[in-house]
Design a protein around this ligand. Sequence first.
Ligand SMILES: Nc1ncnc2c1ncn2[C@@H]1O[C@H](COP(=O)(O)OP(=O)(O)O)[C@@H](O)[C@H]1O
Ligand SMILES: [Mg+2]
Length: 242
Amino acid sequence: MSLVITDLTISAEDAVIDTDVSITVNPGELHIVMGPNGAGKSTLANALGGHPNYTVESGSIVLDKTDITFSKPEERAKAGLMLSMQHIPAIEGLTVTNFLRTAYNARFETKVNPAKFYRQLKELCDGVKLPHDVLKRHVGVGFSGGEKKRLEMMQLELFDPSYAILDETDSGLDVDALKLIAAKIQAMRKAGKGVLLITHHIAFLKEMTPDNVYIMASGKIVKEGDISLAETIETEGFESYG
Ligand SMILES: Nc1ncnc2c1ncn2[C@@H]1O[C@H](COP(=O)(O)OP(=O)(O)O)[C@@H](O)[C@H]1O
Ligand SMILES: [Mg+2]
């Protein structure tokens, strides 16, 4: 059981963006991807989530022995993968509650009682300190950066993925929210879930002792190591990996 990314090459439109990316996330592990802006980190995350703008040219993505390389996003979700996107789109006309209920029903192949589900959502909002009124608002519309990220954290709890890809879910959060997400990541690991986190926050990582740290530059993994690699980046930056 694990999330195995093997020699993945990804393109978008005419451009090949990421090449030969290989990462294996085992249950309970936390893997960190760092790298300068434009390195291809979000491309990797979005391709793992099955974003239609990105095409897998070669390589594979296998989740708990199921090949999901070309699966639809909803099939990946059902298999236990969750992607928290760096830039969350706004969807005018779709309330957060309806969005989450539809996604939940699809993920767990169920049909929840709407009133009961709404009560559950309110409790989950309390857990991430989101006011209940976000549930009635339209997805992403007029949300602050922090509200978007807290809603993503709430979804981690709701969808209970076996593997989570978090693309800068910790960006733009205040200290309290950072603590919340660190606690959530650690709880997931303890429960045997795997996490792939794209981040720029080195101080926040130190408390979590990641299993692996990867540096991406120009669409490739150029270095792999442990937390000491992240610490080197903190003092020296990415310059030598350009
Ligand atoms: N849909 C796309 N079409 C063409 N180029 C893209 C597309 N998405 C991203 N890119 C390019 O790929 C590179 C990597 O982008 P991205 O994965 O967002 O980097 P990061 O998340 O590491 O900052 C950038 O040069 C970006 O402009
Ligand atoms: Mg990005």
